[in-house]
Structures are given as C-alpha cells and as structure tokens.
Design a binder for this molecule. Structure first.
Ligand code: 0A1
Ligand code: ZN
Length: 879
C-alpha cells in the first residue's frame, strides 16, 4: 500500500509528543535480495509511568509480519491491530520489550525507499519515512534511540556489510555465510538508519581531528569507479577541517563511510557515519565530469558531512521543521563552497538558483512557508523553499548578528540541544538569547510564504543635498495564504556617483564617521531614509550581496545600470545590473515580436557588454556570469502571460546580435583562454574555462564558431570543454553535431553518469521536434525509466529546461510528459511527483496551452490508485 493513499492531511498544529521512550533498538538482518528477514528488539519505557498500561503505536509499510512478542509472550490478533500503516499493541506495560520478525522484498522495491537493490548491492533510504518499510517502529524524528545492528549474509555475494557507528564484531558462519555487527552510540531517529550490503570496492584515507581523533574515511564504489574518488575524498577532508575552523565542530566517531549508488532519488543522504550518495555527487575524473560537477561534489559532500551536527546531533522534532536542518545545512555548505572557491561567484550562483527555482514555487500551487503548516506527503516538501529559501533565512540571521553573534548563537544551540529533536523556534531562541536580542518579528519568515516585493523610490534635492530613499515592501498573496505581513529585511546599500565613487552615507541626524556601505533594517511596510551631504543625484546600489530574498523594483535608467555594471564593488549588484539590462532588452524585443515588428539590438547593451569584456582586472568567472543571458524561464517569470516562442526568438536575436557586434572581443578572449595548457582543477582554471566556453557559445552564432567547436571537441582533455563544444554544435544544428554525439556515445556507452550528459544534450535542444527525439531515446539501451538519474536527464530536462520543446504549441510535449508521469507513478511515486510538478505553473500560459495542460493534469488525476505523492501535486495544481 502506498503512503497516505487516503490523502490524509497532516497539520503542524496537531503535533503531540510520543508517549514512550525507546531505550534501545537491536536489529538483526538476514540479507537476501529476494527476501530479507528483519528481527527487531526494542525496549519501551512509558514517559509518564504513573499511568497504567498504554497502547504502543508503530508504523510499518509493506511488511510481512512473521511474529510479535511482548515481554517474551507471543502476541496473537487479540493483542494488536493493524490498520493500514499502523500497528497498535494494546495495553502494554510501562516497561516492556517488544520483538518483531518481518520479511521484506528488496528486489521488487522500485520506489528506492526502504531496503532496495542497486547493481551488485543492497542499500537503504529511510528519510523521511522509509524505515517503516524495513520494520515496525515509531518512524518519527523525535523518537531517538541507540542502535545495535547485526547483518548476516552470503560472504561471496555480500562481502561488505555496513551500518551506522563502529564495527564491534564479525565472524564466519557455515555454508559460506558471515556476519558483522555495528553499534552507534549516538541516539538517532530512524530516518538516519543506514545499511549497505554487497560487493563494493574501497578507497580509504584518514583525517585527524583537532583533538587528535584519527578518523578512517572510506568511500565505497563499484570496482570500475575506483579511479574517480579522489576529488570526493579531498572534499571530505576539506569539509572536516573547515567545520572545525569556521564552526568549531569536530567529527565524533572513528569511521566515516560514503557509499556511491547509481540508483538514488535525491543527491545524497546523511545517515550517521554511513552517507549514501548518488554517484553524480561522488565520481569525478577530468574526462568524465565537468567543473560544475566538481563543484557540486564539493558542495554535497560538505552538505552531508555538515549534517552530522546540524541534523544528526541535533535533529528535527517533526517533519514540519525540516528547514531547521536543511536551511541551516545548505547555508553551511554555501559558506564552505564560498571559502573554498570564489565567494562572489558562489554567491551569484546561489542567487540565480533561488530566483529560478524558489521564486516560482512561491508563485505556484505548492507555495508554502519554509516551515509548512500542513502536508499530505512529506516527500513533496523537500523543496527549494525549505532548502534554498531556508538557507537565505539563516543567512539573514548571519547578516543581522554578524559572524561572531551568529557563532555565539550556534554554540548556545548545541549546548542546549545536543542529542535532542527540536524546532525552528528553539533555533531562533538560541540566536536571540546568545545575542540578547529580540527576533520576534524576524520569526515571520518561518510562517509566511511568498516572495516579498521591495519597491524603492527616491528623491534628490540638489539645494539641500539631501537624498531620500523610500522602501515599500509587500508580499503578494500566495496559493496557500492570503494575508501577508511586513517582514524584517536586512537592507544593505551604497550610493554611487555617476563616476562610480561610493559616497559616505550619513543619515539625517547622525554625526561621526560615515561608512560607504550601510546595513539598514527595514521592518515596516514603508520606510524612508534620508541621507545628507550627497553632492549629486546618486545611483543606488540596493540589497547588496542580496541581503534579503526579495524581488527588487527600482526604475533604473540604462545609464545607472551601466554605472553599476562598470563600477560597483559588490559582485552581486554588478551581475544583477547586467541581468537587468539584458532582461529589459530581451523583453522589449519580445514585445516587438508579439506586435509583428522587426526586432532591434539595443546599442546600450552592446556597449555594456563591451565594457564587461574589456575589464582586464575582473575574475573571468564573474565576467562569464555577467555575460550569461537570463534563461528563458526567468524571462517568462517577468511577464504576465508567458510568450514561449517570443521569449525564445527575442533571446536568440539578442544573443546573435551581441555575438556579431562583439565578435572580435569574443574571439580574442577565446584565443587567449584557449591556451592549450593541460587540464587543471584549480578555481582559477575553472574560471578561465567558464569564460572561454561562454565566449564559444556566442561565437557559435557567427562564422568562426563551428570550426572552433570542432577543434575543441578534438583537442579537449576534459569534460567541461568537450560538452561545451558539442552542445554548441547541437544548438546551431551543425552538420558535425551528429558525429560528435555518436562518437561520444561509442566512447561512453558503458558509463552511466557520462551517458546522462549525452541524454541531457539532446533533451535540451530547443524546438518542437525534440519531443520525438526524447521519445526515441527512451528506447536506448542506456535509458531506464526505473533509474532516477536517467529520468531526470531525459524526461526532467525536457519538461523543465526546454520551454520550446515542452510547451510546443500542438501539446505534444504535454501529452508525452503526462504519459511519463503515469508510467512512473506505480514504480517510483516520489520521482513521479517531481516530474508532475512540471505542470505547476500552467495558469501562466496562453489559453490554448492552459487548456491542454489542464487536460493532461486531469488525465493524470483520473488514474486509478494514483499515489498520494502525485495526487497532492496534481490536486493542488488543479485547485
Ligand atoms: N537529507 C538529504 C536529502 C534526502 C531526502 C530524502 C531522500 O529520500 C527520499 C534522500 C535524501 C539531504 O538533505 O541531503
Ligand atoms: Zn540536507
């Protein structure tokens, strides 16, 4: 039975503590691929033992119950009831030991939740509610206990047997079998349980913590991937050191495992000392992984490692508090990446990601606060809102309190709550108390959904030399919430002269030294700030470093934007100014396209880009960001009714125009950066590749591009350059594209991760014909609908990153995609729900497309025994 098929809504306000303490859990697994036998022994102690005997309620899903004993007495059906996913044992004494035996079937588990098979091994995924697919247990994060686990299996098929904590013993058994036992001394919730059994190869290193603990680091992969673990190991060691240096946090066990699997619904999972990773976030070699992949690995390895404190040592009281661990841990991994790479570039990537992925959530049918108030299926709430917006809320604490104040708050949080399951309120209270401050208003960020709009207007009085900025904030109603309140906005700003000088900022009535960069705190719906001694009408540099996650409205002139692009010392503001200028230019042409007028190239944009490309001082990676045009979905978000083809046409027109007007500059850069030097992993080398390849992408629009791309395919010694060149050839429909693709295919046919890239390159190609290509590719031997990476690469990319394909006017993209959601649902409801979300914003399109998308949503919703996961997404979309 699927989770919550009944569509029951769970409310945060109904939280009640579990009445029992679980004193310990002993598990014994008799491992088999077809059938695994699970023995569990748990000791219960009633929290309030003044009461008489009470019921024990346990969760279980798809378990074949063999036996149940309570204090050595075998229970029969008069002693317990099973109702759906709940097992109730009536009138258990205040202290008791419950033993269960169940059978589970890994080989037929295609949902990849609970115990399942991947290649030559078995593994588990328990977050959020997968432990109930393994054995009967109170599967909720506030029930924490210590685990002792014994794994027994055939020694040839399952030489490696792993679980959480330290290995305590092992031995051989008759008939070629063996066993290994594990003990995790740290009490943990069931969602952090992990088990791995099978034939895996090992890469090993060690890290000595500041206090002298020698930690063995083990990365387990399939044998053919042994030469692709170096970067992951280095990232892990860097993460361990960084957490000591920056957060004063040390690792707490003698061993740390990472296991890489091709079959995983998400990126990775932080099981205590037994992290399980999607191979995408472990395996890398210069010829198989791009620079983005390398950065992703560093970030995700960091993320899972940092969970050891923010998530594992202190965990969540209930799933509504998910952002307590996720927002905080994303903030930590962002800071880690910023400290390892270029802070400015990382910041821009994070902001772009938030705008592209999270802002649309606020504007769609699944809008929710970072701490939701209700859900049907918790798996649908592993969202950009909980993760990425959650991280921006943590960043705002950091901005308001400063690094020192923030770290004081963290310290108090751990002092108070180590070993506990707590709520976001506890985190906020620790920040307040450590800093002796009141964050009551700030707490609204946890309960209010939606993207606030900050509208800035200004007035300059040349006579008094006063400059007044007025900031008005409001949050538009969202699908889940109509009334909105003003929020606390950290408002970082500077004022620039037309020549780009930063002016000293003194508010009316202030004396003393004046800083050129100020952090103001906005709390009300409308606030005015008057600055004195301002010698000329300034250019405002607003929400520097994106100090609050808001949509910023200020009516910049082109001249002002040009000043910011050229001179602002804040990388985000510079980048944002360039994005604004490009966005305006593209949307203007989109309008002309709609009006049947000829499109025109904006001369100011050309000059601004020329300026950027002529900057000799700047980090090449920042230049690359600045000249990357906003993507089509972001552009679509800026207009009322999405004009899919108009946006595509206008963006292509501007790209082409820029390419031809600035061909000489692009060429010079390309030639300088394409220096024939051997691949290097450094941040500087990555920065150079990023600028080189964005230049190549422009040059593809003009004469020399094709030849350059062809020779880049030939000479490349790394995947970043290879992919950039092939993608370029595909986009311009080069006669060489097919050959490049088929050479790539023959070379990498046996490599699952690299073949994902091959699928992506084809699924992302703009235009209404791509749907047919995607349909054909589903028959390719390297594709499997059961594998989430393949589904994301081919189906997900087509539906979410290919607007002119998915939204083809004849509805073929929609029909194809709805068929895939329906096909996936019985196999893997979590993945099906993620795919179904492609239709979420159907109401933003023209009537024809709206009607077709609605039809597809209705078709999905009418499928018999549709999972709770997909039902929640589709029902919300149709509401
Ligand atoms: N806690 C993990 C994310 C995760 C969530 C659910 C999963 O399976 C359904 C797997 C991983 C993280 O934040 O990395
Ligand atoms: Zn996480």
């Amino acid at each position: 039975m699927k989770q919550n098929q009944a569509g029951e809504v769970i409310y945060r306000k109904n939280y009640t503590a579990y009445p029992w303490n679980v004193m310990r859990l002993d598990l014994h697994f008799d491992i088999g691929t077809e059938t695994t036998t699970v023995h569990a022994e748990m000791e219960f102690q009633l929290k309030d033992d003044d009461q008489g005997p009470q019921d024990i309620i346990l969760n279980g899903s798809n378990l074949q119950l063999v036996s149940l004993t309570l204090n050595h007495r075998t229970l029969d059906e008069n002693d317990y009831t099973v109702d759906g996913e709940k097992l109730t044992i009536s009138n258990a004494p205040a202290h008791c030991v419950l033993k269960t035996e169940v059978l589970i079937h890994p080989a037929t588990n295609s949902a990849l939740e609970g115990l399942y098979v991947s290649g030559e091994f078995l593994l588990t995924q328990c977050e959020a509610q997968g432990f109930r697919k393994i054995t009967w247990f109170p599967d909720r994060p506030d029930v924490m206990t210590t685990y002792r686990v014994t794994l027994e299996a055939d020694k040839t098929d399952f030489p490696v047997l792993l679980s959480n904590g330290n290995e305590t013993n092992r031995g051989d058994l008759p008939d070629g079998r063996h066993w290994v036992s594990w003990e995790d001394p740290f009490p943990k919730p069931a969602y952090l349980f992990g088990l791995v059994a099978g034939d895996l190869s090992l890469v090993q290193d060690h890290f000595t913590t500041r206090s002298g603990r020698v930690v063995t680091l083990k990365i387990y992969v399939e044998a053919e991937n042994l030469d692709r673990c170096e970067h992951a190991m280095e990232s892990l060691i860097n993460a361990m050191r960084w957490d000591e240096d920056r957060f004063d946090l040390e690792y707490d066990l003698d061993v740390y495992h990472i296991i890489a699997t091709n079959d995983f619904n998400m990126g990775a999972m932080e099981n205590k000392s037994l992290n399980i990773f999607n191979t995408k976030y472990v395996l890398a070699r210069p010829d198989t992984a791009t620079d983005i992949d390398y950065q992703g690995i560093e970030g995700v390895i960091g993320h899972e490692y940092f969970h050891n404190w923010t998530g594992n040592r202190v965990t969540c009281q209930d799933w509504f508090q998910l952002t307590l661990k996720e927002g905080l841990t994303v903030f930590r991994d962002e800071e880690f990446s910023a400290d390892m790479q270029s802070r400015a570039v990382k910041r821009i990537q994070v902001i772009r990601d938030l705008r592209i992925r999270q802002f649309p959530e606020d504007d769609g049918p699944m809008a929710h606060p970072i701490r939701p108030d209700q859900y049907v299926e918790i798996n649908n709430f592993y969202t950009a809102t909980v993760y990425q917006k959650g991280a921006t809320i943590i960043r705002m604490y950091h901005t308001l309190l400063g690094e020192r104040g923030f770290q004081k708050g963290m310290k108090l949080y751990f002092e108070r709550h180590d070993g506990q399951a707590v709520s976001c309120d506890d985190f906020l209270a620790a920040m307040e108390d450590a800093n002796d401050t009141n964050l009551e208003r700030f707490a609204r960020w946890y309960s209010q959904s939606g993207t606030p709009q900050a509208t800035v207007t200004d007035h300059y009085d040349a006579v008094t030399q006063k400059y007044t900025l007025t900031l008005e904030q409001s949050t538009p109603p969202t699908s889940d919430q109509h009334e909105k309140q003003p929020l606390v906005l950290p408002f970082a700003l500077a004022l620039l002269t037309a020549a780009g000088e930063e002016l000293p900022l003194r508010l009316e009535g202030e004396a003393g030294d004046a800083a050129v960069h100020r952090l103001l705190i906005v709390e009300d719906a409308r606030q005015e700030f008057t600055f004195t001694n301002i010698p000329e009408a300034p250019v405002p540099s607003l929400f520097r470093d994106f100090s609050a996650p808001v949509k910023i409205f200020y009516d910049y002139s082109k001249q002002q934007l040009a000043t910011l692009i050229k001179h602002d010392s804040d990388a985000y503001v510079r980048w944002d100014a360039a994005q604004r200028m490009s966005t305006n230019a593209i949307l203007e042409q989109c309008q002309r396209h709609a009006d049947g007028l000829e499109m025109q190239l904006d001369a100011d944009l050309v000059e601004a880009f020329r300026g950027v490309l002529s900057d000799q001082q700047a980090d090449p990676a920042l230049l690359a960001e600045a000249i990357t045009l906003p993507d089509e979905d972001y552009l679509a978000d800026q207009i009322k009714v999405v004009d899919v083809d108009g946006i595509h046409a206008a963006r292509c027109f501007i790209r082409k125009g820029l390419a031809s007007r600035l061909e000489a500059l692009f060429t010079t850069h390309y030639e300088t950066l394409d220096d024939g030097a051997a691949y290097q992993k450094s941040a500087a080398a990555m920065a150079r590749r990023s600028l080189k390849n964005i230049c190549l992408s422009y040059l593809m629009e003009t004469g020399p591009g094709e030849a350059l791309a062809n020779s880049q395919v030939e000479s490349s010694d790394n995947m970043t350059d290879t992919l950039a060149a092939i993608r370029g050839l595909i986009f311009v429909d080069s006669a060489q594209a097919d050959k490049a693709l088929s050479d790539f295919e023959s070379k990498w046919i046996d490599d699952a991760l690299v073949m994902d890239k091959w699928f992506i390159m084809q699924a992302i190609k703009p235009g209404p014909d791509t749907v047919n290509k995607v349909r054909d590719l589903m028959q390719h031997p390297a594709f499997s609908i059961k594998n989430p990476n393949k589904v994301r690469a081919l189906i997900g990319v087509f539906a979410m990153l290919n607007p002119t394909g998915f939204h083809a006017a004849d509805g073929s993209g929609y029909r194809f995609h709805a068929d895939r959601v329906i096909e996936l649902d019985p196999l893997n409801p979590q993945m099906a729900a993620r795919m179904a979300a492609a239709f979420n914003r159907w109401k933003r399109y023209d009537e024809g497309r709206m009607a077709m998308m609605k039809t597809e949503l209705q078709r999905i919703s009418s499928v018999e025994s549709l999972s709770g996961d997909v039902t929640e997404i589709v029902a919300n979309a149709l509401r």
